[in-house]
Design a binder for this molecule. Structure first.
Ligand code: NAP
Length: 510
């Protein structure tokens, strides 16, 4: 039966094409002077203001240790917005937003500072017509989570009832460093906020192409019938970075590539690729299907072959000589932290049984690229001479998450001329060319979702714990091994290539 849809979007309140506007609210950012706030959060708030997506009653209340006045914070925020915003910087937009900025100085263990913060929030709510709605963004070092959560509980800042509106919390990754610590963190957050009010940021889920994966799979008839073991040979999910560890040596050396990227971004991409169709496009239905996919993941028995980690040595990248990991500032000379992780996973469901999912991430690889490549089986019979198809590879559907967001379909095509020769060609969809509307930055999209209360793009406790169940055994296996070396500017260690060669396959060179 044909679906009837109102042609006038203003008539149908469920119409998702309508711009979504949050109710009047406060955004409290703990750690507002930090790297993440400067690079991502403040520019995203500016972009939302510029697009008219912030409510008239809005305040951004920043909290950090340094002894700053409101004006110092306003200066920092202006610079951050100017440097990092996606949309053009306009003075009139900034001036309006600047009137909503406030800074409060204090340490997380300082009760007085939190009492002042609670009072300040109440005052701002009254002066800006905000009826108890506030989101608290924990952009702070993970060890500070318990102290800040307890302070919020003590001052009743987190209580919906006391505030008379909604109270939400945004938690940045890492969500723990193993299953046990993730459970502790989850229960700590759950003691203070109810599960529906907790928003865990995995910024990859805010990317347009990642959401497009759901549209591609579930809005079309073309792909779903071939999405599974009957037609798919294997899937490769890659997040490669050309940069090194930058100024985050302490954090990175404690964390490593598997915990930093594999546990969250790559497993989330895998879940979206492998999940079944949700019964509807809402947060619960999507999370239910992602969780089933995550729980169905199996690790290879032969970890020595199929779980490879590496560490970059000095090499050349884009014509520049770059240091090895052990020579980076503040990295111990004997560190065995991995900067590359590659693994073969299986998914034990009827749809995916026997299809390997190869996941890899690394720093100082030749280029920055994130993609999901679904490789299809070869045609069961080729009615050509062998020489006609020597240049024919596997058909592939490549979802490019970044950069050059889009989708590529690779298939064989006849080379023009009187001879018969089939060679791979590519058909390309590029977001930037197909649409005039630019994609929002991931943080822009996700902060708006928090203020609206839409949890669709945020992993929940169960997903986080299911992901650690995959990572913990890998970490336990790697604990007593040394990472394989690879030269900066190469696509990871030789052992990672051997892992695919053992299966008769090769990594893509995107
Ligand atoms: N940076 C990134 O690109 C990135 C990416 C993904 C996730 N994250 C996560 O985001 C969070 C923030 O990271 P970040 O890189 O922005 O950290 P950061 O640069 O170290 O900033 C930490 C912030 O917390 C404040 N702070 C620290 N200890 C405090 C205390 N005892 N009392 C009051 N304020 C205190 C600092 O204030 P003062 O400067 O005034 O001391 C600063 O504003 C972390 O959980 C991180 O894992 C960051």
């Amino acid at each position: 039966m044909a679906r009837t849809v109102s042609t006038n979007p203003l008539r149908d309140p469920r119409d998702r094409r309508l711009p979504r506007l949050p109710e009047p609210c406060a955004l409290v950012v703990f750690g507002v002077t930090g790297d993440l706030a400067k690079k991502k959060l403040i520019p995203a708030v500016y972009d939302l203001a510029n697009r008219g997506l912030l409510p008239p009653g809005f305040v951004l209340l920043g909290f950090a240790r340094r002894d700053w006045e409101d004006q110092d914070f306003a200066d920092l925020a202006r610079e951050a917005a100017k440097e990092g915003s996606r949309t053009p910087f306009r003075d009139e937009v900034w001036d309006r937003l600047a009137g909503s900025l406030k800074f409060l100085s204090g340490a997380f263990d300082d009760d007085d500072a939190f009492d002042r913060l609670a009072q300040e929030l109440r005052d701002l709510e009254a002066s800006h017509g905000i009826q108890g709605n506030a989101a608290f963004y924990l952009s702070i070092p993970p060890p500070a989570f318990p102290t800040v959560l307890k302070q919020m509980e003590r001052t009743q800042m987190a209580s919906n009832e006391a505030a008379g509106g909604w109270r939400r919390v945004v938690v940045e990754k890492p969500f723990g460093h193993d299953l046990e610590s993730a459970r502790e963190l989850n229960s700590l957050v759950d003691d203070v906020f109810s599960p529906g009010d907790v928003f865990r940021i995995d910024h990859y889920l805010g990317k347009e192409t990642v959401q497009n994966l759901l549209a591609l799979r579930f809005a079309n008839t073309l792909f779903e019938p071939i999405w599974g073991s009957h037609f798919v040979d294997s899937v490769q999910i890659t997040m490669a970075e050309d940069v090194g560890i930058g100024s985050r040596a302490g954090f990175y050396d404690e964390t490593g590539a598997a915990r930093d990227v594999l546990q969250n971004h790559l497993l989330q991409l895998l879940a979206l690729t492998a999940m079944e169709e949700p019964v509807s496009f809402n947060a619960d239905a999507i999370r239910t299907e992602k969780l089933k996919a995550l729980r169905a993941i199996s690790l290879p028995e032969d970890l020595a072959r199929y779980a490879v980690r590496g560490q970059y040595e000095q090499g050349w990248l884009a014509g520049q000589r770059v240091k090895g990991y052990l020579d980076e500032a503040n990295i111990p000379a004997d560190s065995s932290t991995e900067t590359y992780a590659g693994v073969r996973l299986g998914i034990e469901t009827r749809r995916w049984a026997g299809v390997p999912f190869y996941l890899r991430t690394g720093k100082r690889l030749p280029r920055r690229v994130t993609e999901i490549a679904v490789s299809f089986k070869r045609a069961p019979h080729l009615p050509f001479d062998v020489t006609d198809t020597t240049e024919l590879g596997h058909n592939q559907l490549v979802i490019r998450v970044q950069p050059d967001e889009g989708v590529t379909l690779r298939f064989g095509s006849k080379v023009p001329g009187s001879a018969m020769e089939v060679r791979d060609v590519a058909m390309d969809f590029l977001y930037g060319e197909a649409f005039t509307e630019g994609s929002p930055e991931a943080y822009e999209r996700l902060i708006l979702d928090v203020l609206i209360g839409d949890g669709t793009l945020f992993p929940n406790n169960d997903e986080v714990e299911a992901s650690w169940r995959v990572i913990d055994p890998l970490e336990a296996y790697w604990r007593d091994t040394k990472p394989h070396p690879y030269r900066a500017g190469e696509w990871g260690p030789a052992a990672a290539d051997e892992m695919l060669e053992a299966d008769g396959r090769r990594w893509r060179r995107p």
